[in-house]
Design a protein around this ligand. Structure first.
Ligand SMILES: [Zn+2]
Length: 346
């Protein structure tokens, strides 16, 4: 009994000495959850005759200390609030800090303009992976191992043999053909591509590309020409001079490239157009029969055209930017100059 009385005295004295919440909580752990709890448990070890009186007193002590603790904690919380209000007055009438709104990167804005133009011509957007197998990036696109055209597309390889970062969006053609053929296809395949090459004003190791693919039973070179001329005029202006000249790609036959009059120098010749007055905007062609056969289509029955172009190049031309590297340096002084491109479907 005398132990309980001295425990009470000690506990109350310490409780009154607590001047902050952390000390109160430590007190609770030491007494309410520690010594007082132990004292209550001691009942079972006493001779039966002593148990009722001791038990009553121990439980009363527990109840009393708990009530003292709760009122001390509430009082301390009041004091803490008063201290905080006195030390840093809050003026609720001050205007708030406006949240700064971000904006879309110009590559994204340009991509969206491109989507809008092709969507009007009935093309759907098809997403395909950035990490590809050697087979889909090269072999099935008519570039077997040791094909010299692979030299044009050196890339970054993963530590898993045969897995690489795609060098173009063309492997997406294989994926979409496998999924949809023999239904007619009209899709664009946008996304990031990678090349292992020197970084210059005209080229980067990563860039966005948009691939286009149309397959059906009566698709001709005239459809290709009409589609791409319409795209070039909507993207770069009605009066833009467009020319199509023959070229070579392993996965198309015949192959062509589309040039437009350089937007920077308007045909006079400058650094970006290599002083020719023309800028190539895309490569295209009729799908090579071997590519059609790779997805088990009969080239005698089905034809199609494909095209592909970099996104940063047209953005650069539209905006009059003369250095490709600015797109990925993420320098806000550059990015903040282009709040919203006209024609971008935000
Ligand atoms: Zn030029």
């Amino acid at each position: 009994m005398s132990t309980l009385a001295s425990l009470e005295e000690r506990a109350l004295a310490e409780l009154r000495a607590c001047t902050e919440e952390a000390a109160l909580r430590a007190w609770k752990a030491r007494y309410l959850e520690g010594e007082v709890e132990q004292a209550v448990k001691k009942i079972s070890t006493l001779p039966p005759a002593e148990r009722p009186a001791y038990g009553k007193q121990a439980n009363e002590l527990k109840k009393k200390l708990k009530a003292e603790y709760e009122s001390a904690l509430a009082a301390e919380k009041e004091r803490a609030l008063a201290r905080s209000l006195a030390s840093a007055p809050l003026d609720v009438t001050l205007p708030g800090r406006p949240a700064r709104r971000g904006r879309l990167h110009i590559s994204t804005q340009t991509l969206r303009s491109i989507y809008a133009i092709f969507a009007d011509m009935g093309f759907q957007i098809y997403r395909s992976p950035e990490v590809e197998e050697d087979e889909t990036n090269f072999s099935l696109l008519n570039m077997p191992e040791h094909h010299p055209a692979r030299d044009m597309w050196d890339t970054f390889h993963t530590t898993t043999p045969g897995l690489l970062l795609r060098t173009h969006t063309s492997p997406g053609q294989i994926h979409v053909m496998r999924e949809l053929c023999p239904q007619p296809i009209r899709v664009i395949l946008p996304g990031m591509c990678y090349r292992y090459e020197a970084i210059t004003t005209r080229s980067e190791i990563m860039f966005h590309q948009v691939e286009g693919l149309a397959i059906g039973q009566h698709v001709t070179m005239a459809d290709l020409k009409g589609t791409l001329t319409a795209f070039a005029r909507r993207m770069f202006g009605d009066q833009r001079k467009v020319r199509i000249r023959s070229s070579y790609f392993p996965f198309t036959e015949p192959s062509a490239e589309v040039d437009i009059h350089c937007l920077l120098c308007k045909g006079a010749g400058c650094r970006v157009c290599k002083h020719s007055g023309w800028t190539v905007i895309l490569g295209c062609g009729m799908i090579h029969p071997n590519v059609l056969r790779a997805v088990k289509l009969d080239p005698g029955e089905y034809q199609g055209f494909a095209f592909g172009f970099g996104v940063e190049r047209p953005a650069l031309l539209r905006l009059g930017v003369d250095d490709m590297r600015l797109f990925f340096e993420n320098d806000l002084r550059f990015l903040n100059q282009f709040p919203s491109l006209s024609g971008a479907a935000a």
